[in-house]
Write a protein that binds this ligand. Structure first.
Ligand SMILES: *Cc1c(COP(=O)(O)O)cnc(C)c1O
Ligand code: SF4
Length: 341
């Protein structure tokens, strides 16, 4: 099945404008710079104009504000020895195997190229050759765009080529399809995937309203196929920058067998500044989780540093004192001096 061929899965801007009284001309102008795509599934989860799901999917004029940010602040292009293959850490690479997604998230950190023709397309043969030649690469993360927008056959070709490389220990797939186009997770796909273990899928739920019967079922099918499921959430203003929303999201994820892995501070990407929250807010949310929800529900809160310096986890309330002791803050807010002997 090619996910791309399912035109009936998508809703057009015209349809959206008709349902919700949108300025079609203004929205078209934004979409000319940053493409628009929305699945019927995700559209049906929107409760009202301006709600957290709407904000993630519908173009907003703030995207075109001159916000001083770079299109590629993490210098992913500069860290790509082959176009579409980002080699930042010694033992792992991110491989951009697809340039398209089921929904074009307005906050996307790869807005610079995702959904744009010609951009974000890797050279498959050259990338494979690079991975083959660089034996320190143990972990290959398929990303994009969304790797599950590839048809089953093309995806299988990629997985089997990677599995033929002895030093590649694990393969990860980063995908938002379980959230945005859950019908893409078919029995056929799962039967294929289970031939390529160990396989990890990191999906991308940002709000509890995204967890519905269909997305739960998609995750159950992947989990039943032996896939380890994690989740990456981006902290987004007006969407999920609220302790109760985040706690609900992470508890619900565990119920659908998905382990919260990262909570991302938003990258400083051009065209996304209207979603940015202060780090203090993220720390406050993390502090509210500790002790109050299952430890399994608590991800790492990370900043991906500019220029590709890597992800750094942030912990609330931990200070190293001049004498080498640590002042730790318990989940109740009590400060405890810990002797690091
Ligand atoms: C996030 C990321 C990884 C994976 O990091 P983990 O902490 O292992 O999940 C690898 N390479 C790049 C370029 C990344 O951005
Ligand atoms: S699914 Fe991921 S890559 Fe695609 S638009 Fe959304 S955030 Fe960007």
């Amino acid at each position: 099945m090619s996910a791309l061929s399912l035109e009936s899965s998508y809703i057009t801007l015209d349809e959206l404008a008709r349902c919700h009284d949108l300025d079609l001309q203004a929205v078209n102008k934004i979409a000319a710079t940053y493409p628009f795509r929305l699945t019927r599934h995700y559209f049906n989860l929107i409760r009202e104009k301006g709600d957290p799901l709407w904000l993630q999917a519908v173009p907003d004029s703030s995207e075109l504000l001159h916000d001083q940010q770079l299109a590629d602040p993490l210098n992913e292009n500069g860290l790509s020895p082959v176009p579409g293959l980002i080699h930042r850490y010694p033992d792992r690479v991110v491989w951009l195997v697809s340039g398209s997604c089921a929904v074009y998230c307005r906050f996307c950190m790869r807005k610079r190229g995702v959904g744009c023709s010609g951009a974000m397309v890797t050279d498959m043969a050259a990338s494979l050759a690079y991975i083959r030649e660089n034996r320190e690469i143990r972990d290959v993360i398929l990303s994009g765009g969304d790797p599950l927008m590839l048809g089953d056959d093309q995806l299988e070709e990629t997985l089997s080529a990677l599995r033929a490389i002895p030093h590649v220990e694990i393969i990860r797939i980063g995908t938002r399809v379980p959230v945005t186009l859950p019908e893409r997770i078919t029995e056929r796909l799962c039967t294929m995937l289970r031939r390529y273990h160990p396989l990890y899928v990191n999906t991308h739920f940002n709000h509890p309203d995204e967890i519905c019967a269909a997305s739960s079922n998609a995750c159950a099918m992947l989990a039943d196929a032996g896939v380890q499921l994690g989740n990456q959430t981006v902290l987004l203003k007006g969407v999920n920058d609220d302790p109760a929303v985040i706690a609900s999201l992470f508890r619900k994820l565990l119920q659908i067998r998905v382990k919260p892995y990262y909570l991302h501070q938003m990258d400083l990407v051009k065209g996304t500044s209207h979603f940015r929250t202060p780090v203090a807010r993220g720390l406050e949310i993390m502090a509210s989780l500790r002790g109050n929800v299952s430890g399994l529900a608590v991800p790492y809160y990370v900043i991906d540093l500019p220029e590709g310096k890597g992800k750094v986890p942030l912990l609330p309330g931990h200070l190293v004192n001049p004498d080498g002791t640590l002042t730790l803050t318990t989940y109740k807010g009590e400060k405890v001096v810990y002797m690091d002997l």
